[in-house]
Design a protein. Sequence first.
Length: 190
Amino acid sequence: MGSTMRPDRKACDGPIFDPRPTPAILLDDPLEFILADHYRQRQICHALRTMAAVGAVNQDDAIRITHFLRDELWLHHLDEDEDLFPVLRRRMRSERDLKLGQTLEELTSYHQQSEAAIAQLVTFLLADGSSEMIVVPEAMGRMMLAYAADEHRHLAIENGVVMAIARTRLTRQDRADISRRMKARRGLAD
């Protein structure tokens, strides 16, 4: 990898990230909304891997990805860290659930630690607003790949463990309370 687009790769013809937000109607079922956001996070990971492989990103994709990372992902982390995870902790039933508590702590810690990588990505993607194509240097490509790999690992735990347990443990009232808080966080009426 170098400082120019790799000659064996061509820039993507279409968008590498679908910019449509998660439908607000899904906020009525907060677990479905969170799962839909997880899908969008996986799309971001794919976009980052694509940018690293191609060695470039077009300005439109850079803006779309930046919007998600800067303006939407932090809301998702708050949804989990301030709403879903605390309610799950209250629903822990026995000492067997201590592992779940540790997992939730690790995920919250990951969210906090990932802020530095997200800030680096946003800074890079916004740095050159004048070029149609932004060249991805080798070091930034490695950082994109590392972030995508970390994000995939944490999404696997959230989807495979946390969301599965949430589906069985959260009461109807828990879901309604989480939904209300998530809507309020986005300035939407219940």
